[in-house]
Ligand binder design. Structure first.
Ligand SMILES: *[C@@H]1O[C@H](CO)[C@@H](O)[C@H](O)[C@H]1NC(C)=O
Ligand SMILES: *[C@@H]1O[C@H](CO)[C@@H](O)[C@H](O)[C@H]1NC(C)=O
Ligand SMILES: *[C@@H]1O[C@H](CO)[C@@H](O)[C@H](O)[C@H]1NC(C)=O
Ligand SMILES: *[C@@H]1O[C@H](CO)[C@@H](O)[C@H](O)[C@H]1NC(C)=O
Ligand SMILES: *[C@@H]1O[C@H](CO)[C@@H](O)[C@H](O)[C@H]1NC(C)=O
Ligand SMILES: *[C@@H]1O[C@H](CO)[C@@H](O)[C@H](O)[C@H]1NC(C)=O
Ligand SMILES: *[C@@H]1O[C@H](CO)[C@@H](O)[C@H](O)[C@H]1NC(C)=O
Length: 219
């Protein structure tokens, strides 16, 4: 077989696997999280796949080496904190942390409505940075140790897929979901773009990716 034929076959294979999802597939993929399941988000998460719908944002995605998120219900039960720590080029001095407060919905309708940031505070390398954009987040149903959300600012959106901290290092397992993530983003009208994919090893701003070796096991 000629090289030309092989490359055409490869091209067809690529196009074939990138068929646009139809409406019924989208209904199955893009289900909002039920409000009664909000408790599920109050854990630590590691971004494993992400894509944006904005050129300027898309340009910095490849520079991200890790992004860690913590959702925590505050003692008043009325607010939860949303803390995101992102590191670029494996450079600890580039750590960017955003602190967001979100109001817990007071009703428990069947689907969780869009939640809006009450306040956003940004720090780079521990120093406060001026930030005045709005933030809103939609949570979607995903597997039991997964978190799937759409973050919306006034100018851009992200589809962000997380794994619970602890199961974030198995990149082979994550790969199985990439096709669904890509379809999910298409269902929401995102243009086809190269996604961010976690390498399974990059450390976070505030902790290592791999748990510390147990000192008792060292000889
Ligand atoms: C949508 O696509 C799925 C998977 O390719 C297929 O099984 C289904 O029949 C399609 N539905 C419609 C309404 O075209
Ligand atoms: C990403 O990093 C490259 C260097 O590796 C740099 O040239 C580029 O400007 C960075 N992109 C953004 C949007 O910061
Ligand atoms: C918050 O919820 C927890 C668990 O349901 C409960 O024990 C606690 O008293 C609540 N706190 C407030 C301030 O309502
Ligand atoms: C690390 O990031 C900081 C802050 O962005 C920057 O000033 C510094 O030059 C970077 N260091 C390296 C080695 O790239
Ligand atoms: C939903 O809200 C109603 C009224 O506040 C409450 O009685 C009910 O227990 C709630 N259901 C769940 C599943 O939280
Ligand atoms: C979020 O709320 C807590 C408790 O009220 C407060 O201490 C914290 O400063 C708030 N964070 C932001 C970013 O406003
Ligand atoms: C946010 O800051 C930008 C640039 O500093 C400014 O153009 C914009 O008007 C500000 N928006 C709000 C809502 O304050």
């Amino acid at each position: 077989m000629s090289a030309e034929k092989i490359s055409v076959l490869l091209l067809l294979a690529v196009i074939g696997s990138h068929a646009a999802p139809n409406a019924s597939e989208c209904d199955g993929l893009a289900k909002r999280l039920p409000t009664k399941d909000l408790n599920k988000i109050f854990r630590n998460w590691v971004l494993v796949w992400g894509v944006s719908d904005h050129e300027a944002v898309e340009a910095f995605l490849p520079n991200v080496s890790s992004s860690h998120v913590e959702f925590k219900l505050l003692p008043d039960n009325k607010t939860f904190s949303y803390i995101e720590r992102t590191i670029f080029h494996h450079n600890l001095s580039s750590c960017t942390t955003s602190f967001i407060n979100v109001t817990v919905p007071s009703n428990n309708e069947t689907e969780l409505q869009t939640l809006h940031a009450v306040n956003i505070r940004l720090e780079e390398d521990g120093q406060p940075v001026e930030y005045n954009d709005t933030g809103a987040v939609d949570f979607y149903e995903s597997c039991s140790d997964c978190l799937l959300l759409v973050y919306k600012s006034s100018r851009f959106r992200f589809v962000l897929s997380y794994k619970e901290e602890g199961s974030h290092r198995d990149v082979e397992q994550h790969k199985a979901a990439h096709d669904d993530h890509r379809k999910f983003a298409e269902c929401l009208g995102f243009p086809k773009k190269k996604p961010y994919v976690y390498d399974g090893v990059a450390d976070f701003c505030h902790k290592k990716s791999a748990p510390e070796a147990n000192p008792d096991n060292q000889s």
